[in-house]
Ligand binder design. Sequence first.
Ligand SMILES: [Zn+2]
Length: 655
Amino acid sequence: MTTAEGAPVHHSPHARLRSVAAHDVTWTKGFWADKFALCKDVTIPSMRRALDDPQNSAALSNLYIAAKLQDGAYRGLFASDGECFKWMEAVAHAYSMTRDPELDRMLDELIEVVAKAQAPDGYLSTSVQMTGKVRWTYSVYEELYNMGHLITAACVHHRATGKKNLLNVAIKAADLLYGIFSPRPPELVHLGFTPSHMMALVDLYRVTGDGRYLELADIFVTNRGQAPLLSEWPVERAGPDGTDEVQDRVPLRQEMEAVGHAVAATFLYCGAADVYAETGEKALLAALERLWQDVTRLKLYVTGGVGAHHGSVSRRGDKINETFGLNYQLPNATAYNETCANIGFAMWNWRMLGISGEARYADVLEQVLYNSGLSGISVDGERFLYTNLLRWYGAEHELLGHNDRQTRWTTHTCYCCPPNVARTLAGLHNWLYSLSDEGVWVHLYAGSRLDTRLADGSAVALIQETGYPWDGVIKITLNQAPAEEMALMLHIPDWADVWGIAVNGKAVEVGARPGSYAVLKRRWSPGDTVELSLAMPVRLVEAHPKVEEARNQVAIQRGPLVYCLEGIDLPHGVSLADVHIGRDIRLAPRHDRALLGGVTVLEGDAWYAPAGDWRGSLYRTLGTEAARRVPIRLIPYYAWNNRGPTPMSVWLPLC
Ligand SMILES: [Zn+2]
């Protein structure tokens, strides 16, 4: 099988599912089609302006200066190049979908600059090249992060266009890395803070077939934890090398818990999953399974957010930042949940889904995408959040770490999250469907068209129509099908207790539980229709009792969406902190096209018990305030903080 440009589609030997070629999926109409259009028409050009803005920590100018096309000095963080390459990856995805010649032209122009910025030996990391720093001496220089994103952008660009102009730059960089790192020099064992390079090298192996890149990716995964620092080191020491901060204290294959910087962790797990898909090394998969269980059972927010803390200390005594917490440690008002970590978690689940075909990964993928992934970008597509907390007290509540402002922003002193959101939205069509020997898998529900070929070369074409996530009816029409029997695997999300399937209008019995795939195997004819109906009642969700900060509270969900209450939606004078939810609350969905880009809100009556004046004290004798009913309107969590500083909470106290 080949892409439209003739490049072969790689089949990972130890993955159950195969990706469809990028050009085989087209957006039609609906939620994600709208998000894609917004990304292409608004986010991508707006991000280009941000990358040219002197206030921003990531700057395209560094590449122009390194290429000797402009004068000037380096500016921004060490990871600037990587953020620029993430944006270029987003543009390449958008081109893949639209074939907009302007995107192609813009990329070609930039690729010329990138090629000129590259050192003759293949090195490319302008923060080191332009500042006199010595290569490969400090993991925080993010040289491997920058070159990793260069390689990933090049693979996406090659698949989108068939061109090799960026791919050749990436190959030159990867060959340099192979020469330096494949002999496994002990002094370089710690390098690479945020490991984008592992998955990048596996992707380059998939594109080129050159086994050295897979070998090198495996070496980088294996390097982590090979030279841990001694536990007697004071926690105040500088640098993350050899510590839990960057998953560098315990080798991945022996690790029992997700620990440390959550972006670094999820990127490492993505890289390891990619290596497993090619090598089939059981110890890697076993470690990934242990870590996935650890995150999803003990460290995951209801929104799909990961990385609870801004700063902390690991069980093994290491200083850790932007990090996973201890078990059940899931604070709301101080939740960190960096947008990049949530997206990294989705990327990891996508890989585990491909390896196994198990719906639990598609469940988490959906949980992140509709909630803590999408909350990182404003509904107008131009402004971003670094952290994705679950409770906000409003204007007086300082957002942690890299959210030094109270509202969403366009430029930032650490610009990693925006291009991560952009490349995810621009490339999301790659996550809708997969293929296997059985047939076609539908993981996510979104208005789209699939036009592809199975492994035996037979053509399959289908159209998916749905108002998801606002309503749970999904209609799939087969326009082309193989002569032989083929299975259609439909994801039944874990929240869908009540659902039904009809084929050509007739209900069919399919023995599938929520959190699995319904398998429809038959000989299909053009024009056959499948209708999946997922009931979407409003659900009150509680957390495990050990999650202290959610005790006696509920989160409200409908379909895949987690909802929140914002103060702006309460009657004047009613404080969000004093609103309680009755167990018997009735919340009615109503779609409001004019609100927040078009959302379904949930409306009903809650209880309001004004706490009165606390007189500056922290504690008092329990009062007997009378409660009265108050109308509330909940919005999807992803759309919070789009109407100015107003308090917000996902978890609401029960009364
Ligand atoms: Zn980030």
